[in-house]
Design a protein around this ligand. Structure first.
Ligand SMILES: [Zn+2]
Length: 187
């Protein structure tokens, strides 16, 4: 799923009344699994000057890049982080980051067809091929995007009053407007 959808969903899921400071930790956990993809995109674009086609068609699947993505999407490693945060550090913040990463992995599990991550890295190279892809029209992305947009709108209405900063509320509205507009704009 797109990073902004992950962020909105995870913050809503992990939001607790009277603890608005947890929102930034839920946000952190929602984006960490996608950070290596942005690094991949930047390195391939600006350093290697790879074309978009090669980037997503072949470079993405190189073992070195895959391992780099997998480290940040590996359920066993995130469970270790959760255990350390909960049992050793007694840190609500670290626990929320780990839970948010797990929720990200769960949504990715359901929305990647042939570009999923090795969920159990480094223990196994099993990858679940979901019948639904969040971006590939050959795997119901057209319908999924409508469901995603309606879901994000609904979750945002719930989340809006819980956000305590103008910046947070502004970004939330901005993402929703862009999402709805993306159905009507030609790009
Ligand atoms: Zn992801």
């Amino acid at each position: 799923m797109t990073t902004q959808s992950h962020a909105i969903l995870n913050i809503a899921f992990l939001s607790k009344r009277g603890k608005p400071y947890l929102h930034s930790y839920a946000f952190l956990g929602a984006v960490i699994p996608d950070i290596p993809i942005f690094i991949f995109f930047a390195v391939e674009t600006f350093i290697f000057q790879t074309s978009q086609r090669d980037m997503w068609g072949s470079r993405y699947f190189m073992e070195a890049w895959q391992n780099f993505f997998d480290v940040f999407n590996a359920v066993p490693l995130i469970l270790i982080l959760l255990g350390i945060g909960y049992y050793l550090m007694h840190s609500e913040r670290v626990t929320v980051v780990a839970w948010s990463m797990l929720i990200h992995c769960a949504f990715d599990f359901l929305t990647h067809h042939d570009d999923g991550h090795h969920h159990l890295f480094p223990l196994s190279d099993f990858i679940f091929a979901s019948p639904i892809s969040y971006w590939d029209n050959n795997h119901h992305a057209g319908i999924f995007r409508v469901v995603e947009c309606v879901g994000i709108l609904a979750v945002s209405i719930y989340l809006f009053p819980r956000l305590k900063t103008r910046l947070g509320r502004g970004v939330l509205v901005f993402i929703n407007v862009l999402f709805v507009a993306s159905f009507f704009l030609p790009f």
